[in-house]
Every structure is written in C-alpha cells, then in structure tokens.
Design a protein around this ligand. Structure first.
Ligand SMILES: Nc1ncnc2c1ncn2[C@@H]1O[C@H](COP(=O)(O)OP(=O)(O)O)[C@@H](O)[C@H]1O
Ligand SMILES: [Mg+2]
Length: 351
C-alpha cells in the first residue's frame, strides 16, 4: 500500500508528532508498505511521488534537516506546506501522526473528507468533541459507567479585567486542590495543580495564555492509568508512575522520569471498570479505529476518566503501543491494525 505518514504541524506538540511520525513510517516500511514521511508544515520541492519509499530503499526521511520557521508558518494563510496535499492525495491512506492543534481537533480530518483523502483514526466530529475537554465532559455526563472530575469552564473574556473576582468564583465552585488546564491542549502543556489560593491566579494566566478557554477541575488524588481502545476493544490498562510530581510534559517525554507498568498491578474489577469506561468514551464520543483514555483511581478504588485522546502518542515506547505489546501485538503490527481498522470505516455505507 502507498501510505503518507503526516506529522509535525504547528501545534505545541510538534516535536512529539515528529517523533511519532518517524517511528510509524519505519514500522510501516517494515510491513512492506511504500511510505512517505511528510512534515505537514514544510514545503515539498520536486515530485512528491519520489517521497514514497519502501524499507529496502532505505530510511531517508523526507523531513528537512532544518526546522521550518514556525513563527512565519503561524502567520501564513495556508496550513499545509506546498505540495503536502498533493502527496497525501497520492497515498491510499494518510497515517495521521499529528498531535494537538488543527491536526487533532477535527479540522484536518474535515479538510481531508472534503478532498477525498482517506486517513487513520477518528473522523472530524469525534476529534472535535474529544479535543475540547469541556465539551467531552458534557457529552459524557449522562453516560452511566464513566465518572469524570467535577469541572468548570473558564473563558478568557470573562477572566480579563476581573481577575481577582473570577479567581474567587472558581475557588468557590471547585475548591482546593484543583487542576487548571487549557480546554483543547495536550501533552500536559499549560496544566497546573493548584494547592493554595496564591497559586490560582498564575495557573489561570498560564492556561488562558494558550487558549481562550480552559477548565478547572477538582483534583483527584490517586494512581494514574491509561487504557487504549483498538478496533472497538479495550487493551490492558497501563499504570503511569512519575518519579516526582505529576504526569507533566517532562515526565511524559523525558525517558526515565516515569515508570510505566503494563499489565498494571490492580484488582481485576478496577481494571475491567476502566476498560469498559474507555470503550464507552470511544463509542459515545464517536471515535474510530483507536483512542486512549486517561484515568485516575483513588485510594478507595473509584475511577475517574480525565479525557479521551484521539491521536495518542505512537512511538514504540508510548502508552498505547506498550499496552498492545502486552497482548502480543508488536509496534509494526499495531500500525498495520490501525491502517486496516481505519480503512474499514470507509467501507461502511452508514458513515
Ligand atoms: N482532575 C485531575 N486530578 C488530578 N490530576 C489531573 C487532573 N487532571 C489532569 N491531571 C494531571 O494532568 C495530566 C494531564 O491532564 P489531561 O487531562 O490528561 O490532559 P492532557 O494530557 O491533554 O494534557 C494528567 O495526566 C494528570 O497527571
Ligand atoms: Mg492526558
């Protein structure tokens, strides 16, 4: 098959996406596909057909040696680099190795739908509602079997100009300790755990500096887990134990900072509850092919779902690939399953 692995983009998670893309491209070449590794933000010079390489033709990445000027890209009217859409059109399917921003929030998916380009993962609506933590929370609120932390939507427009008053209302509504996070962010960028009143204003400033909308949530103290869903079924839970602090950007991506344990050492009933909740998140939010839901379990065994990720990290050491490995699915096989599951959605007449 001819596959374009699309990565990069211009979100704060660009670096993570480049890493996902490189590893996925390598795995799919190992599976015998002809793969082009494409940075969505870089211009392609020359014939895009030449970018599709099989494993035997070597590893030569299509990503440039020098990073594009991101500040300039943010200001340019078109999201894609020159030739990127043409290269995607040449592929049988695009493996979406994007994280955050337009690559994950449904915008890219909607554009590809209109252009007739097939892609992996969830469609535009599922991506859009999952990306916004305030919307996902509302959709999931009436669904039995999934508990989410109590939350409050925060708007920059309401906050600006009446900061102290606004902070006081958040304090009244949610109480301490609480978590403040951008509504649509990822990779823990802009997330703060607020334990004292003095920490609240800086946390609001930070989250609202990334986006016009954020969320305040009750802080759930407990052990952290994540559960992937692949082809409609839950993978085993993985436990995430940062060596210090919470699962922030550094603990997510700097190797050695976090112990990740799969299969997790928890009672079978708790694991089953999280696995069932992950499938409900996947189904109720209208997701396809694969997703990964984050959880915290309190000391008393109560499980809270934090969010569903529609494009979870996909390096061999990422959480969902580790969960797949625990049931005997190695990384290239996982990438292959994602391609097949994603193509299935185009065979259905109801979508
Ligand atoms: N309500 C909460 N209680 C305790 N910890 C939280 C809460 N919300 C987020 N966290 C911590 O912050 C991390 C990132 O939050 P999450 O909602 O998963 O957003 P994202 O991964 O998209 O940045 C979590 O993995 C967890 O460690
Ligand atoms: Mg998360």
């Amino acid at each position: 098959m001819k596959i374009a692995v699309l990565c990069g983009g211009i979100s704060p998670e660009r670096d993570v996406s480049l890493s996902t893309g490189a590893q996925v491209a390598k795995a799919l070449r190992l599976k015998g596909h002809s793969v082009a590794l494409i940075d969505s933000a870089s211009d392609i010079t020359g014939d895009p057909a030449g970018l599709f390489l099989t494993h035997s033709e070597g590893e030569s990445a299509v990503i440039r040696d020098t990073a594009p000027d991101l500040a300039a890209l943010l200001n340019r009217p078109e999201y894609f680099g020159r030739g990127v859409v043409d290269a995607c059109k040449m592929a049988d399917i695009v493996f979406t190795a994007m994280h955050g921003g337009a690559g994950e929030d449904g915008t890219l998916q909607a554009a590809f739908d209109l252009l007739g380009i097939k892609y992996t993962g969830s469609g535009s609506k599922g991506c859009a509602v999952s990306m916004d933590k305030t919307v996902a929370k509302r959709i999931m609120a009436p669904v039995s079997g999934v508990r989410m932390p109590k939350g409050m939507t925060l708007l920059r427009d309401d906050y600006n100009g009446s900061e102290e008053e606004y902070a006081a209302s958040v304090l009244r509504e949610i109480g301490l300790p609480m978590v403040i996070k951008p509504a649509c962010g990822g990779s823990s960028v802009g997330v703060s755990i607020v334990r004292t009143e003095a920490e609240l204003l800086p946390a609001l400033e930070l989250a609202l500096s990334y986006e016009p909308k954020a969320v305040a949530e009750e802080y759930i103290k407990g052990r952290e887990f994540s559960v992937g869903v692949l082809g409609g079924r839950a993978l085993p839970a993985i436990e995430i134990r940062p060596k210090s602090g919470f699962y922030d950007y550094k603990n997510k991506y700097q190797s050695g900072c976090t112990d990740e344990i799969c299969p997790a050492d928890i009672p079978a009933a708790a694991e089953e509850e999280m696995r069932a909740a992950a499938v409900k998140m996947h189904d109720e939010l209208g997701l396809s092919a694969y997703s990964r839901t984050d959880f915290i379990m309190t000391e008393d065994g109560v499980c809270y779902a934090l969010e569903a990720n529609t494009l979870p990290g996909m390096t061999p050491m990422s959480l969902l690939p580790q969960e797949a490995a625990a049931v005997g699915v190695d990384f290239p096989a996982l990438c292959q399953i994602i391609i097949e599951e994603s193509l299935n959605k185009y065979d259905r007449t109801d979508s």
